[in-house]
Design a protein. Structure first.
Length: 482
């Protein structure tokens, strides 16, 4: 035991002769999950904290007959798969939205959006609004749309002001195939009866991928537009509406080149934040730089500040973007996204003004080759200062595991799978292999350290750091200790 009474909150770093680090047993994990063990392609889209302290990952899975349905995977704080739900619809395949598709409601239940029939060209694609019980089982599914307007739902939320539900996505404008796709917001009552459907956009392709209720009873909608870019490329598209879905203002922000969609939130100061990417590629040039992008708008949609984060990267011809941004209790911002053609998942923490606190990159040990994918689609605080992320992995033929599976991992407050990763380079994490266990971590009083791989090597030291990475103390561990 190590006495740490004088430390309010500490993060433990253990340095041995060979400088090895492994995850703390009861906290951090990096899991690849083959949904239902069927070896079928799976996509993880959003993750929420359940009222019992477990996590629920909303996903789209496939049955043994390759039928597409709604999946939910329940995961413990230690990364153990506790339960898996799967629902098919006899009228057609069901698909779950996109990144951060779900919202946890005030009563502990959940709502998400998606589509039915997206992959079947002979079946009209309709918007789905999906309501779930506290345990993740389906309460009801409502369908919206018709056989003329092929529609896709992307994300859903609740407006606490009046308990209405709302979802966003895209609708094809007849005649289908003419290249005119509008973004929409669909508002329903609390049981899914449609109240209003509003569309937005120009003559190109426009789509909303996320929605945030605002404190005035309205909504902030985020997505992309190709209607207002002179080159027909993607720009960030942000729209503010009233409670009925009527537009109050809209903003198109981006470069003349291909950017990405905008993920939006209302911050504690009643302003608006969105993230995406900023493309520095010059047409006809030889180098391509696409940087993560975050900006803040005031209540009228005017720019307060913006940041591109090119200082985080070296070299050229890479592609990075942020998919999701969320505000933490202390008003910091946490964002997730991807880098280098989705070979790496990324996480960025900034202060409330967008200044970098730390930046991390992630992959799973089974998806490290060229052509692999490590996609993070959502992030939530774990309630203990750290974060839990959900998404999906794809292993190429060169990887130890091929195919597409769910991905869930948990980090500490510094974005580390291994405590202390922000202090030492080249930290290696082995899934399922925990040689050193340290708990509780962070610690307030007594810390237990157990070595599982044999006696403690000569010269091993235990170092304590506070939550900001400041060194507190060093203790030499007796050789041979177990």
């Amino acid at each position: 035991m190590v006495n740490a009474k004088t430390i309010l909150h500490t993060t433990l770093l253990m340095i041995a002769a060979l400088l090895f680090f492994l995850q703390a047993e009861a906290q951090y994990f990096n899991k690849r999950i083959d949904f239902m063990g069927l070896d079928m392609p799976e996509n993880g889209f959003s993750i929420e904290l359940m009222i019992d302290g477990n996590y629920i990952l909303f996903n789209s899975g496939r049955s043994i007959n390759y039928e597409l349905g709604l999946g939910r995977t329940i995961i413990s704080p230690q990364g153990e798969v506790l339960f898996e739900h799967f629902n098919l619809d006899e009228t057609g395949p069901l698909y779950t939205g996109t990144a951060n598709t779900s919202t946890k409601l005030l009563d502990g239940t959940f709502v998400s959006s998606g589509s039915r029939g997206w992959y079947d060209s002979e079946l009209e694609s309709m918007i789905t609004l999906n309501k779930y019980h506290e345990d993740g089982s389906i309460e009801w599914i409502q369908l919206y749309g018709d056989s003329i307007n092929q529609s896709i739902g992307r994300a859903a939320t609740e407006q606490p002001f009046n308990k209405n539900l709302a979802c966003v996505g895209s609708i094809n404008i007849p005649p289908v195939g003419n290249g005119d796709v509008d973004a929409f917001v669909l508002i329903t009552d609390s049981i899914g009866n449609m109240v209003q459907l509003s569309t937005f956009g120009g003559n190109g392709v426009d789509e909303f991928l996320n929605i945030c209720p605002t404190i005035d009873g309205g909504y902030l909608l985020g997505g992309y537009t190709r209607s207002y870019n002179s080159q027909g490329n993607i720009d960030h598209f942000v729209v503010k509406t009233d409670s009925a879905g009527n537009e109050q203002w809209s903003k198109v922000i981006g470069t003349p080149r291909e950017d990405s969609w905008a993920d939006v939130l209302q911050s504690s100061d009643a302003n608006y934040v969105f993230c995406g990417s900023w493309n520095e590629y010059t047409i006809g040039g030889t180098e391509h730089y696409t940087f993560p992008y975050i900006s803040k708008l005031d209540s009228a949609g005017d720019l307060i500040w913006e940041h591109t984060y090119e200082d985080l990267f070296e070299g050229s011809n890479y592609y990075t973007k942020l998919r999701i941004v969320k505000e933490l209790e202390n008003e910091d911002l946490i964002s997730i996204g991807e880098r280098a053609g989705a070979n790496l998942g990324i996480m960025l923490r900034t202060d409330k003004d967008g200044n970098v606190i730390w930046y991390r990159e992630f992959m799973h040990p089974t998806t490290q080759s060229y052509g692999a994918a490590n996609i993070i689609n959502d992030v939530i605080p774990d309630g203990e200062g750290g974060f839990v992320c959900g998404g999906w992995l794809y292993g190429s033929p060169l990887d130890s595991i091929q195919g597409q599976d769910l991905w869930v991992f948990r980090t500490d407050s510094m974005g580390c799978l291994v405590p202390g990763c922000h202090l030492v380079d080249n930290v290696e994490v082995h899934e399922e292999e925990v040689l050193v266990s340290m708990y509780p971590n962070p610690v307030q009083d007594l810390l237990s350290v157990h070595l599982k791989s044999g006696p403690m090597p000569r010269g091993a030291q235990l170092e304590l750091y506070d939550m900001h990475g400041r060194h507190h103390s060093t203790t030499t561990i007796n050789p041979g200790a177990t």
